[in-house]
Design a protein around this ligand. Sequence first.
Ligand code: FAD
Length: 140
Amino acid sequence: MLLTRLVYTSTISSAFTSDDLEKILEISRKNNPKKGITGMLFFNQKYFLQCLEGSRQEVNATYHKLAKDARHTNIIILDYKEVDFREFSAWSMGYLPESSLTAPIILKYSGLNAFNPYEMSGESAHKMMLELHGNANQST
Ligand code: FAD
């Protein structure tokens, strides 16, 4: 199996409603273990930043499926790599919202105080997710 990691960003669309985040996490945590997908989702009420890791085939299939989801738009791949090991192996889909705890980490990797993943390099986005990783709560 060729292990790969994909990091993308997207923006919520007008179809996104307040209970959609819960639904997205629920379906992700149901589907991803069956596909051997692990990862993390960061969300700040406007942008999504998600890392998917697993076999090349399943990461691509999951990405193509979620890219058709009308609840988000302007979907851009920031980073795609073959990797030697998983970094989020304990999480079928860990979740981290923006908070006072994440603010210093976001500032560290951004040119601006406000989080804008479209202005980040793939490497910065990946490193920021790794640093956020320590704060993520799988059950949230
Ligand atoms: P289905 O049986 O097709 O749907 C399950 C439930 O989700 C149903 O209640 C259905 O009404 C609802 N639903 C499905 N698609 C939509 C839609 N486009 N708009 C509104 N409601 C919908 N899926 C994963 O499997 N893994 C992921 O890591 C993942 N990450 C996501 C990240 C983001 C930012 C977004 C927006 C979506 C993500 N999804 C993820 C969800 C993905 O887009 C699909 O909705 C989901 O994979 C459909 O799964 P299914 O075919 O098993 O379920």
